[in-house]
Design a protein around this ligand. Sequence first.
Ligand code: ARG
Length: 729
Amino acid sequence: MFQSAARAFIGPNLRRQARATLATRATSFVPSTTTQNVSPQFSHIISGSTSSIVQKVNASSKLYMSTTAEVASDSLVGIDFIKESVVKVLNDSFDPKEVARAAALAKLEPKKKKKKKKKKQQEDAAPVEENEEPQMSQEEKDKIADAAAEAATPFGINDAMVTPATRLDFGDYQCNAAMGLAKNVGMSPRDCATKIVDGLRPIIGDIMEEPEIAGPGFINLRFKKEYLEKSVQGMAKDPERLSVPVVGNKKKIVVDFSSPNIAKEMHVGHLRSTIIGDTLSNVLEFSGHDVVRLNHVGDWGTQFGMLVEHLRDEFPAALNKETSQNVDLGDLVTLYKAAKQRFDKDDDFKVRSREGVVKLQAGDAEALAAWESLCAASRVEYQKIYDALNIKGLEERGESFYNPFLNGVIDDLEKQELAVESDGATAVFLDGYTNRDGSPLPMLVRKSDGGFNYATTDLAAIRHRTEFDDGEKADRVLYVTDAGQSQHFEMVFAAAKKAGFLPETVSLEHVPFGLVQGEDGKKFATRSGDTVKLRDLLDEAVRIAGEDVRSRREDPEAELPDDVKEVVKTVGIGAVKYADLSMNRESNYKFSYERMLSLNGNTAPYMLYAYARICGIVRKATGQEEGQSVQWPEPADIVITDEAETQLIRNLVKLPDVLSEVENDLYPNRLCDYLFETSQMFNKFYEACSVNNAETEEIKASRLSLCTVTAGTIRLLMGLLGIKVVERL
Ligand code: ARG
């Protein structure tokens, strides 16, 4: 936040000047590996990094600044608050300009030979001949240092260097800022740490124990027992949010996910996109952001010429606006295959297809009607999947929507000479993108026949989502697709930035995921090698879950009662979702019904069982009937009697940290990891501390509250993962 203010204050010209001087001068002296030791808000300048990195740093600081530096009395205090507190202390206690100056001078000092030898091996890739460095006059050095000081901005969130404690016995968080800062403020690291601690004490003193300075200057921070007790009780009183604060800087966030292609099969990649995109949207919305879920369906492009012409011959009713929506086109994949076959074999048909696209794009009524009937039929198919997955609020805004903006995109690119002719087509060339042979890699924006490309639509979509008044004016746009599209998005984002298609503060982020593989690690397919229909895949998961339940019932042959069938659906669909979300999304993921439906390990059935078990514990301890829905007991004062309780609570109160991490880094598996940790901590607690036979009524009530909060955590996070919990399994 203050970074940008200071930037404006310094003024763009001076900044550019300073950066230019430094970029040409300093880069040859400063191996980039040394930048870790200095404060990041300054390091890019001295190492001559490009402005895109500056933007990135700013963007991520901004994201972390999501809560306000004031503790709302009944909200949890998470790592963000600690970070912001440290930032405040740094700014109150040290002068960023002096730090930047000292760091710049330190970097300009020739490195000592001894050190160099040690480092030499690591730096083999880019050996620096130190002896040949031109000597710099003191005056020159001062000039660079002055420029660095001038360009310095206040300490930001990246300078706080606050992380979760590396070991729980060290505390809850640690701050590592003192080590890097010390030499630039002329202090020993431990003295520097002491100064930070002095500043922190009045801010966090009510919440944290007296900070402990360890080793070379680590600052260990540990929640006070009173804070733990008070906050977990607060969580018990707030089943909806569990005291997780709402973000201070609400953003407009577009999440582009699912996005299958009309008249083509929705495949497992789209399933992943749907599940991951939905969870990220849920988390961001829960944090308090304004989230718009957009389904960027592939409903435009050359394949429609062929499909429309095929319909003209086979389904004439589809070409009439009155009847087009209700034509039964049968299986769309079969239809697509038939059209494609004709296209490949029949030259007349091919010509007609080409003309068909032109007609469609020119708005011909029959072609449009046929196109609409295709879209309608696809929509019905997709909706079945969305219903099974319980996906809500996903707004269809397909590629066709952006058609009216495509010419404008090309015009603007051409005006800026970013788009140029290339082999009859129109392309944008971007620095750093080359083919294997080293030749520049074009990003095509218009084909030689005048048709537009995937990238053109995405450029138009960026403008509509961020720039145009009648669009979303989003602050952040996320694209959830397979990793195979990474380069596409990199290039589109780079082109959009270069062309000035988006406001500077907007952050565009590709959220890539890996492939779905069969258990053998090969392409995910049926036994006969066909692609797996998503509907079949989900049905199969539910079927196996049902069989398992049936086998454990008195009469395994009997039809399951309706309520049990509902549970079976939750388990089956939940298992598919959880299996996907619990993996690091960037890894390829092996699809295994057996593993995802197992009760052991980090799976949906395990978590659902953990929840149901807590419900059972509470029922028993409070004498509630089995058949009724659980009445959660009144939140009680927390009395800690055992180490296992402390550990469970320390884990529970860190819920905001996990959510904030997902909000920033967009890895849903963190939610699953945390869920698994929480349930394991709960198990330890339950082993060590009897709820039903607690020593006193107060202790029993306190333990029941811990049950309430643990169950609430599971319910909340499973909800964000799109999985409903059930009270009995
Ligand atoms: N339709 C594309 C596909 O099936 C995904 C679209 C992703 N979103 C976007 N704005 N390009 O792979």
